[in-house]
Each structure stands twice: as structure tokens, then as C-alpha cells.
Design a binder for this molecule. Structure first.
Ligand SMILES: Nc1ncnc2c1ncn2[C@@H]1O[C@H](COP(=O)(O)OP(=O)(O)OP(=O)(O)O)[C@@H](O)[C@H]1O
Ligand SMILES: [Mg+2]
Length: 249
């Protein structure tokens, strides 16, 4: 028997009133695969992420994670199946420290419910996992820094680490390099490359060179559809893709 696909998106559509944000999107990922989603503004990339994570429910089609149909499941049920994501816009608690943000991410991932009012640091499992993340990602020096005092590039890195809190099997990253300098972009790209090779990673990226640096395979979206899919050579050689990126269309 062949292993189930990590992600299987079949004929997904999403309409917002009269806007067709996704039309007949079909996309599959093997476990451990790294796929980068390229495409111009408004192509439907984030809408596809929301459909996969459960932040929105697809208007049509079917989505499976590791062989299980998740099309109608709530986001927390999808998270329990091993899915984690970041958002295009920073989603940090800016007034809290890095360590506190990580602890909150771990609480979310472990679905800790606060039955008693007591400091998060007393939840031993939470504290230990947050400390492990600090060590693993060389964040010990900034553990007690208030997030809003970090550079924007550092904040985006913290967000990726927060998504790792529950040790996901599949990770969705929505433009983790947006708004970053070339040096910061390089750091985030290196971070993504350093993730465990068995973690399935779907990442939205605007910069083709960054995409090729990370991806095993690329998919390009345009006007709600996937218009090209393949390796670097296939994408670079695709006339429709170069037309879109050169603004010919
Ligand atoms: N909640 C919503 N209500 C109405 N229209 C929406 C909503 N979310 C997205 N859209 C529309 O759906 C289309 C796809 O948007 P989406 O955010 O998925 O694009 P994107 O590829 O992520 O773009 P960007 O690169 O700018 O982030 C756009 O036309 C957008 O205006
Ligand atoms: Mg987007």
C-alpha cells in the first residue's frame, strides 16, 4: 500500500459573493515535500491557505490531510491532525516577551485550558517545550525581550518558531519573508531549509529566487487557478508564468 498524501486538495473552489477567489484548484503533496506557491497579488494563495487550515470552508471540492477528509473540519481539529500555519500579517503578542509568546504558542498547540488562574510558567510541560524551542532556534539571548523591540525580520522568525510549537507534520507559511531586507530574507529561507526533512512544507513566496532556493516543486497561481506546476526548469521555461511576472498579461 502506498502512503497517503500529506495534503490532497481536489477541485477546490471558493467564492466571496461574486468574487471567485479559487477555481478548481487541485494540488497534492507527498510527505516531506517542500512546495512553494508563487503568484501575483490577488491570485488566491492566501485563500487556498485559509481553506487548508480551516479558517474558511471551501465552497466546493475536497481537502484531505494524511488520508483523512478535513474539508469541513474546524481549524483546531486540523491542528490536531498535525497542521500548523503562519499568517501573512504578523500575529504576535507584541507587548509580551519572546518567551511568553512561545509559551502561548505551546499552550495553543497542547490545547492547555486555563482552569485555574496561575502563571503559564507553572505549566511545566509548556515551559519546557518553550525553553527547548528557544535553545533549538538560538533565541535564548532574546527570550526576555519584548517582541515589539525586535526588528521586523526577527519578529517574522519568531512567528515561524511559534508555528513549530506543536511539532507539526505539515507547516503552511504565508509569505514569511514579506517586507524583509535581502539579508533577513536569507535568514528566514535558511531557517525553512533547516526544518526537519520529514516535515511537509507549503510556503507562499513572491520572490522566485527564494522559492527556488527552498522548493522541491513550485506551483504558480493566477486569478484563482493553478496555472503551472513543476521543478525550477519547468517554471522558468513556462511562457505564461514569465508573462505574468513580467506584467505582459
Ligand atoms: N474575505 C474576503 N472577502 C472578499 N474577497 C476576498 C476575501 N479574501 C480574499 N478575497 C479576494 O479573493 C482574491 C484572492 O485573494 P488572496 O488574498 O487569496 O490573494 P493572494 O494570492 O494571497 O494575494 P497577495 O499576494 O496580495 O497576498 C482577491 O481578489 C481578494 O480580493
Ligand atoms: Mg496573500
Amino acid at each position: 500500500m502506498t502512503a497517503p498524501k500529506a495534503l490532497d486538495v481536489q477541485n477546490v473552489a471558493k467564492n466571496f459573493g461574486g468574487v471567485r477567489a479559487l477555481t478548481d484548484v487541485t494540488l497534492a503533496m507527498a510527505p516531506g515535500e517542500r512546495l512553494v506557491l508563487l503568484g501575483p497579488n490577488g491570485a488566491g494563495k492566501t485563500t487556498l491557505f485559509h481553506s487548508i487550515s480551516g479558517n474558511i470552508i471551501a465552497s466546493a471540492g475536497r481537502i484531505s490531510l494524511f488520508g483523512q477528509d478535513i474539508t469541513q473540519l474546524a481549524p483546531d481539529a486540523r491542528a490536531r491532525l498535525g497542521l500548523a500555519r503562519t499568517f501573512q500579517i504578523t500575529n504576535l503578542f507584541r507587548q509580551l516577551t519572546v518567551f511568553q509568546n512561545l509559551q502561548l504558542a505551546v499552550c495553543g498547540a497542547q490545547q492547555v485550558t486555563f482552569k485555574f488562574i496561575r502563571p503559564m510558567t507553572q505549566y511545566v510541560g509548556v515551559r519546557e517545550r518553550a525553553e527547548a524551542l528557544l535553545t533549538e532556534w538560538n533565541l535564548t539571548d532574546v527570550a526576555d525581550t519584548i517582541v515589539q523591540n525586535l526588528s521586523y525580520g526577527e519578529q517574522r522568525q519568531i512567528e515561524v518558531v511559534m508555528a513549530l510549537a506543536g511539532d507539526p507534520k505539515i507547516l503552511l507559511l504565508d509569505e514569511p519573508t514579506s517586507g524583509l531586507s535581502p539579508a533577513e530574507t536569507h535568514r528566514v529561507a535558511a531557517m525553512v531549509r533547516a526544518l526537519p526533512r520529514d516535515m511537509t512544507i507549503l510556503m507562499i513566496e513572491h520572490d522566485m529566487d527564494v522559492a527556488f532556493e527552498i522548493a522541491d516543486r513550485i506551483a504558480v497561481m493566477h486569478q484563482g487557478r493553478i496555472i503551472a506546476e513543476g521543478d525550477e526548469a519547468a517554471i522558468r521555461g513556462n511562457k505564461q508564468v514569465s508573462d505574468i511576472y513580467l506584467g505582459v498579461e
